[in-house]
Design a protein. Structure first.
Length: 120
């Protein structure tokens, strides 16, 4: 709750709260959702789930990035969400090339426009 007052007038705002980790309970709904925030929740959940297993993080990062294309987002949305995924689901230097190679291959297979990792 935020409260402010001036000269006897009081303004009060109540904010609903949600824990991202609570939202992951319905994974199927997150996967089916067209809402970009669903990707945010999934990335956050998999970040914590893979904090000690970077091979699993690589697999999930690839899966979530590929899902951006499958959800039908436009290029601007894909790049913005990719930046978030890349920030949240960091990989050790030795695994980063495997991610780039796998995404290059995926984009060639799907005949998609190349997502320049330098631009993103």
């Amino acid at each position: 709750m935020q409260r402010d007052s001036l000269l006897g007038t009081v303004l009060r705002m109540d904010f609903a709260t949600a824990r991202l980790l609570d939202l992951k309970q319905d994974w199927a709904a997150l996967e089916a959702s067209a809402n970009p925030f669903a990707v945010v929740v999934m990335a956050h959940a998999k970040h914590y789930a893979t904090r000690r297993n970077f091979q699993a993080r690589l697999a999930w990062k690839l899966d979530l990035t590929k899902a951006l294309y499958r959800r039908g987002y436009d290029r601007t949305q894909v790049i913005a969400l990719y930046r978030f995924l890349d920030w949240v689901m960091t990989l050790p230097e030795e695994l980063a090339p495997a991610y780039v190679d796998a995404m290059d291959e995926f984009e060639k297979e799907q005949k998609m426009a190349y997502l320049s990792y330098a631009d993103a």
